[in-house]
Design a protein around this ligand. Sequence first.
Ligand SMILES: Cc1ncc(C[n+]2csc(CCOP(=O)(O)OP(=O)(O)O)c2C)c(N)n1
Ligand SMILES: [Mg+2]
Length: 326
Amino acid sequence: MDIDKQIKVEMLRDMLKIRMFEEKIRQLYLQGYITGSMHLSTGQEAIPVGFCANLNKDDYILSSHRGHHHIIAKGGEYKYMMAELFGKSTGYCKGKGGSMHIACADIGVLGANGVVGGGICIAAGVGFASKYLKDNKVTVSFFGDGAANTGAFHEGVNFAAVRKSNVVFVIENNQYAISVPRKLSDCVDKQSVRAAGYGIPGVTIDGNDVLEVYKTAAEAIKRARSGNGPSLIECMTYRWHGHHAGEPKDGILYRSKEEINFWKEKDPIKRLKDLLLKENLLTENDYIDIENNLRKELNDSIEFAKESPFPEPEALYKDVYVDFKS
Ligand SMILES: Cc1ncc(C[n+]2csc(CCOP(=O)(O)OP(=O)(O)O)c2C)c(N)n1
Ligand SMILES: [Mg+2]
C-alpha cells in the first residue's frame, strides 16, 4: 500500500503538534499553571496519528486517562485544549473536565476517561449503534495495556465481536501500568493473541512506526466500516516521561535509563522525518516552517488560556447531560 506524500507530511505535522503540546504543558504544569493529575503521551504519538489519518471527521474515538494525543490527532485545537487544562470556561468542557475528561462531540471525541478501561464498553455500544443505524461510521477505542487486563475489556470486546460492531480496539502497549511492568501482569507476550478468544482478528505491530500503524489501521477501519466487525490491534510503544506529569524523578525510579534511551532511539517523529528527508519529500526548511507555525499556535493558545475566565459557580449545574442529537 502506497501512502500519499501529503498524508505522510500531515502525519509528521500531527505527531509534532502532539509532542510540542505535551512538552509545553509539562513545563506549565511544573510552573503551577495547570493543576490536578495529567498524563503525558510523549513517545506514543504515532498510534493515534496513524489511526485518525484514516478516520472521517464524523467518526468517533474513545480515549483514556492518557488522552491528549488522541484528541489532537482527531482534530482537537490547541487553544480549547489548553483552556481546558487551565480550568477555564473557554475550554472544550468549559473548564469542568480537565486533562482526563476532555470530550468534544463536534470532532467525534466521545471522551477521555479517568476510569481505566472505561472507554472500551462505551466504544462497543457506539460501534453497535452505528451498525444498527447503518450510519457508516467507525469508532476507534484507544486504551493501555493495563486497561486490557480489566473486566471491561472482556465485556466490551466480546459484545462488539458478537454484534459485529463498527469498532476497532487499539491497545497502546507502553509496557507499564503506572510502575508495574507488563511481565508482572501478563502471562502472554502479546496481548493481541486474546483476539482469538473473541473470534476476531488480532495483530501486534510496531506502534512507533506511523506508516505501519497507518496501513494496519486502514485495513481494520475498512473491515469495521463494511460491517465485518471489530479487530484488536496492539501497538508496542513506550512513554518517555513518568506515569503522570508530577511523578518524582519522571519515571526513572522503576525503569532503567538504558531502557528509556533504547526507546528514545525509536522516536516515531525522527523516524518519519528522516525517511521524508531521504525520499526528498521534505526539506529541513519545510520542517522548521512546520515547527515555527505550531510554536506560534501554541504560544497563542497559552495567552488565550491565561486571559480566559474561570467558569462561574452556577456552571456546575449546566451540561451535566449532553444530548448528542441536539
Ligand atoms: C478502574 C481503575 N483502576 C485503577 C485506576 C488507577 N490507575 C490510573 S492509570 C493506571 C494504569 C493504567 O495503565 P495502562 O492502561 O497501561 O495505561 P497507561 O497509563 O500506561 O497509558 C491505573 C491502575 C483507575 N484510574 N481506574
Ligand atoms: Mg500502559
